[in-house]
Design a protein around this ligand. Structure first.
Ligand code: PRT
Ligand code: ZN
Length: 283
């Protein structure tokens, strides 16, 4: 198979999860902190470690074939790349925020106001869509301090817990986009067998993350009700126990409705419920 390059963030919020994802896909690589590029020992892939801002354009221009980067950065750079897979980490939203005591109450109130941001392209697009004409002040960091310094009336920035806004006397005003880490590829790269293989591995890791393997004991008389609660990958496995009237049920449950489902199973007479993580689910 042809050897490809994937670009991931060298350090920062997406680095650890990107490395973990590739390792969970069975790729063996080391020493990444000290070098710009490393090669997977057992897969035809080189890993490039870059600043996140450079990743979309590197992938667009084919310097890297693949990349893992926040959707906000892809949108800001306007790079022409293919979205291959949403990865479910690095989740955040980009919001306009205003000082707690701001007179701004409607979107129209932003007309003529100064908004500080590191994401001028995304903000401009939003303001154009809303037919608002504001003064965008592009700054590269610590956007949240700019209203306090009298440099802007509002900010447009990434928010995750909201803690940074709060500690700077700001409050969210409007959600503009939500973002998460995305696996992107150079246009046309999806047809490469290496990409198909990597995608299959990534998807099996993502599926496993959302699910738990559950084993429980039940009296046969409760089995029908319990089975009706369980989807399973195909269907639950039912195994007889030494005690004649009892069986063990093995199944897979998705994380989203996990606690609701466990409570329903208990109410239906399940006992000794054991929950285990799943490493991969290959369909
Ligand atoms: O060095 P390099 O250029 O590679 O990294 P960077 O400093 O530009 O980016 P980095 O590592 O901070 O973030 C990488 C990506 O993580 C972003 O592009 C987003 O896609 C995603 N992400 C997820 C976040 C956050 N959550 C986040 N909370 N990026 C930044 N923040 C910052 C935000 O800018 C603000 O200052 O965290 C603060 C807000 O957080 P809360 O929790 O207080 O609301
Ligand atoms: Zn950056």
């Amino acid at each position: 198979m042809k050897k490809l390059k994937i670009a991931i963030q060298k350090s920062g919020r997406l680095n650890e999860k990107s490395v973990e994802l590739l390792k969970n896909c069975g790729l063996g690589f080391e020493n990444y902190k000290s070098s710009l590029i490393t090669s997977a020992a057992n897969f035809p892939l080189e890993i490039l470690f870059l600043r996140d801002d450079d990743i979309p354009e590197y992938v667009q221009d084919g310097i890297a074939d693949l990349g893992i980067v926040g959707e906000n950065v892809i949108m800001e750079t306007n790079a022409d790349v293919t979205y291959l897979q949403r990865l479910g980490f690095g989740k955040c939203s980009l919001k306009i925020a205003i000082p707690n005591n701001s007179p701004i109450t409607t979107l129209e109130d932003l007309n003529g106001k100064a908004i500080a941001t590191s994401y001028p392209v995304i903000l401009q697009k939003f303001l154009d869509e809303q037919q608002i004409s504001a003064d965008i002040r592009t700054i590269s960091g610590s956007v949240e301090i700019s209203p306090g310094l009298g440099l802007s009336d509002a900010i447009f920035d990434i928010v995750s817990t909201g803690g940074t806004l709060k500690s700077n006397g700001l409050k969210p005003f409007t959600d503009v986009i939500s973002s998460e880490a995305i696996l992107i590829g150079m246009n046309g790269i999806a047809k490469e067998p290496v990409v198909a293989e990597l995608l299959q591995r990534i998807q099996s890791v993502l599926r496993a993350k959302e699910t738990k393997y559950v084993v429980l004991n039940a009296e046969k008389k409760n089995l029908e009700t319990i089975l009706s609660l369980l989807p399973g990958v195909k269907s639950p496995t039912v195994v007889p126990l030494a005690e004649e009237e009892w069986v063990a049920v093995h199944t897979v449950i998705t994380e989203q409705d996990f606690w609701g489902k466990i409570n329903q199973l208990k109410a239906a007479g399940s006992q000794g419920i054991v929950v285990m993580p799943i490493e991969k689910i290959i369909l």
